[in-house]
Write a protein that binds this ligand. Structure first.
Ligand SMILES: Cc1ncc(COP(=O)(O)O)c(C=O)c1O
Length: 396
């Protein structure tokens, strides 16, 4: 019956981060003590002040369908947040609240892409970008970056990737999976290229904005000449430890926001009522209320880098944001360890799972076949034990 499925779904890859998590669960069910460093999920609970707001919303009988593009009070909080944190001015018709930033991105792709339209994706990119683009019948155009350039796309690379079919550029900064953060100057240099190609729309995914260890988050839409052609994507999953609450949002040119609203109105309707009320409280709070999580990630970042540096064959950058390291492990390619022949990052990641019982994600999932992604959204004890096991598995 498989052949009865649409080409669309048959051509869609399964999320490799979720697949790795499922494989780790399987091994755990067999009684194996797997340490999961594969998921992009804070290991904190949602802060109490946000949970209280949700409980209050239930007791206040927020239970009806919500406006498709979000409660007006949430839009107020988002507009204030954009001004406060990003110096961006948006109005109500420019904001669309969705069921996670993932839906925000899917909305934009489906609203903007015609078959054959090209979308430039600097690699490594977040796992779902390429698949969402393909689902919308667009063509992902990968631009490879290297560890030496700190995984940053240069203006020359961007210029070279642009063709008459280029419709959009998508990137995340801070970046999942590399942790790189574009400075304002670097974004301006990319904007200078884009200024010569006025029809290209930019999707700036800023969901890791607050998880930034070097300070100075910059948004593409801050540049006056980019504002009218940039979709700023954000959400609460990462910084507020609210992955399961499923709220993301965009600030965009009104014509794009209108199209996303139209699409969402036919597919999911407005996002969950209780989660939206809780997010109003989350966004209205000063950022200092969540900085304890960022401080903890920063300590773990140092720990994991120090431990990785002790293992032969791992070459890594110092991530500037998010909670991942993305080491290059290609020096192991062509080797056989404990009976496992390692020819690529997927073999390596599988070797770590089976022999060290540590779940990571292959760089292939992110468009970079020489690296693996290790999440440090885990306790220090777990990180220490995981790296000890990796070191030991590789030393034999
Ligand atoms: C770069 C990036 N964008 C978007 C998302 C999706 O966020 P949400 O959970 O709000 O759908 C993620 C989640 O992993 C991400 O890493």
């Amino acid at each position: 019956m498989q052949e009865k499925l649409s080409n669309r779904i048959n051509n869609l890859a399964t999320s490799q981060t979720l697949a790795m998590a499922a494989k780790a669960r399987e091994l755990r069910a067999e009684g194996k003590d797997v340490i999961g460093l594969s998921l992009g999920e804070p290991d904190f609970n949602t802060p109490d002040f946000i949970k209280d707001a949700a409980i209050q919303a239930i007791n206040d009988d927020y239970n009806s369908y919500t406006p498709v593009d979000g409660y007006v009070e949430l839009k107020d909080a988002i507009i204030t947040k954009f001004k406060r944190d990003n110096n961006l001015t948006y109005t109500y018709p420019q904001i669309v609240v969705s069921t996670g930033a993932k839906q925000s991105l899917a909305n934009v792709a489906l609203a903007m892409l015609n078959p054959g339209d090209e979308v430039i994706l600097p690699c490594p990119y977040w796992v779902s970008y390429a698949e969402i683009v393909k689902l919308a019948e667009g063509i992902p155009v990968e631009v490879s970056t290297t560890l030496e350039s700190n995984f940053k796309m240069t203006p020359e690379q961007l210029e070279a990737a642009i063709t008459p079919k280029t419709k959009m550029l998508w990137y995340s900064s801070p970046c999942n999976p590399s942790g790189m953060v574009y400075t304002k100057e670097e974004l301006r240099a990319l904007a200078d290229v884009l200024a010569k190609h006025p029809d290209i729309i930019i999707v700036s995914d800023e969901i890791y904005e607050h998880i930034n260890y070097i300070g100075g988050h910059a948004s593409m839409a801050e540049f006056e000449d980019m504002y009218d052609r940039t979709v700023t994507v954000n959400g609460v999953a990462k910084a507020f430890a609210m992955t399961g609450w499923r709220i993301g949002y965009i600030g965009a040119p009104a014509w794009i926001a209108r199209a996303c609203n139209k699409l969402q109105g036919q597919v999911t309707s407005g996002a969950n009522c209780i989660a939206q009320r809780a997010v109003i409280t989350a966004l209205e709070a000063p950022v200092s209320k969540i900085s304890y999580m960022v401080d903890t990630f920063k300590t773990r970042r140092k720990l994991i880098i120090d431990l990785l540096n002790e293992i032969e064959g791992f070459e890594t950058t110092e991530p500037e944001g998010a909670f991942y390291v993305f080491p290059n492990i290609s020096s192991y390619f062509g080797k056989t360890i404990k009976g496992h022949t390692i020819n690529n990052a997927t073999d390596f990641s599988m070797f770590l799972l089976e022999e060290a019982l540590v779940a990571t994600v292959t760089g292939d999932a992110f468009g970079n076949p020489e690296c693996i992604r290790i999440s440090y959204a885990a306790s220090e004890a777990q990180i220490e034990e995981a790296l000890k096991r990796i070191k030991s598995a590789l030393s034999e």
